[in-house]
Design a protein around this ligand. Structure first.
Ligand SMILES: Cc1ncc(COP(=O)(O)O)c(C=O)c1O
Length: 358
């Protein structure tokens, strides 16, 4: 069986180092905040090229806390894609604001800046692009619209050119992400000191000293054991991402593009997922399953059609390119270290399935 992603293949060589470093945390007895969390925040900020980085409990909290720290709330609108994980618009609603969905560019499956421009109103307080599947969203074109940006970078740690445009950029360290923890974890990269200061308080009950509570916040912390694992993994991330890019190039070389539409390559793309498109998606997926190859269709019901978002009034047909991508996309096996043999089987099976479907 070829899985969609083999996380353990990536971290297995690092298990001895993880045991040693986590052992040190056990000896220290310091599990919340402390030197490991501060160390990871420092190293992540340097890696991303931002002045501030704050660990939080997960990527969803990172989004909600970013909006709150920027003062986005009731009565405000935030424009985001609907072709994304549901946490993107959910965070906007959790912050008390209204998600406004813009359509995607079919060539990239990222936000279409023209449709975003058409949806800006006097209430628009932020644009929340998603670097979907590891491909950087069109930040320059979105920034030119003059609205503050929150980058949902959950799927894109290590992608080129991200995290320095947004006031906040958020990351998830869910174990399948390009940079991952051994459980849940998240991070906010921030380019604005006042926003970073508010976020630091919001993640800890609105307080800096545990005595005076200046804001109504929450409890959302990255813990020391996760920070330790992230510090072990971060130096390996460029190599893992390079291996993903090599695997993406290999899929093209093996002729996969004869059967399905390949994701157009661009230098900054880190292929969190390798997502192809085909009108015969379901037939191809079924054939792969028979051959022992995992595949997955993502966001089949896009966010604007989710039951919880019906109050916003979108209908099938509201976002045509989003809905087409939802019907056609298929993620194929991808991780840092997937080998040519596995990829050859994937490609042969997809080619055979496409021939039957044609
Ligand atoms: C685009 C996107 N945004 C937000 C999240 C939420 O992150 P988490 O699961 O860490 O809360 C995820 C991942 O799960 C995601 O893929």
């Amino acid at each position: 069986m070829i899985p969609l992603i083999d996380v353990k293949a990536q971290y297995a060589p690092l298990i001895p180092q993880l045991k040693e470093r986590i052992g040190e945390v056990l000896e220290s007895g310091r599990f919340i905040f402390g030197p490991e969390v501060e160390g990871f925040e420092r190293e992540a900020a340097e890696f991303l090229g931002v002045p501030f980085a704050l660990g939080v409990a997960n990527g969803t909290d990172a989004l909600v806390l970013s909006l709150e720290a920027m003062g986005v709330g009731r009565g405000d609108e935030v424009i985001c894609p609907a072709f994304t994980f549901y946490a993107t618009p959910e965070s906007i609603a959790r912050a008390g604001a209204t998600p406004v969905f813009a359509d995607i560019d079919p060539a990239t499956m990222n936000l279409d800046p023209e449709d975003v421009a058409a949806k800006i109103t006097l209430r628009t307080k932020a644009i929340m692009p998603v670097h979907l599947f590891g491909r950087p969203a069109p930040l320059a074109a979105l920034a030119a619209l003059g609205v503050p940006i929150v980058e949902d970078a959950a799927q894109a740690f290590g992608a080129a050119g991200i995290a320095t445009t947004g006031v906040c950029s958020t990351f998830s360290f869910f174990p399948t992400k390009n940079l991952f923890a051994l459980g849940d974890g998240g991070l906010v990269a921030c380019t604005d000191e006042a926003v970073a200061d508010r976020l630091r308080m919001l993640r800890f009950h609105g307080s800096l000293d545990k005595r005076t509570h200046e804001l109504v916040g929450t409890n959302s912390r990255l813990d020391a054991i996760q920070a330790t694992a992230l510090r072990v993994f971060l130096p390996h991330l460029p190599g893992w991402n390079a291996a993903r890019r090599e695997a993406a190039a290999r899929y093209a070389e093996l002729g996969l593009g004869d059967a399905v539409e390949l994701p157009a390559d661009e230098a900054g793309h880190v292929y969190h997922l390798f997502v192809v498109r085909s009108p015969d998606r379901d037939a191809i997926s079924a054939r792969l399953k028979e051959a022992g190859v995992a595949s997955a269709a993502y966001y089949v019901t896009p966010s604007h059609l989710q039951p919880a978002m019906q109050y916003l009034g979108y209908k099938p047909g509201s976002l045509p390119e989003t809905e087409r991508a939802a019907a056609e996309n298929l993620a194929l096996p991808m991780w840092g270290g997937i080998g040519p043999e596995a990829q050859r089987l994937v490609v042969q099976t997809v080619l055979a399935a496409a021939r039957v479907a044609a």
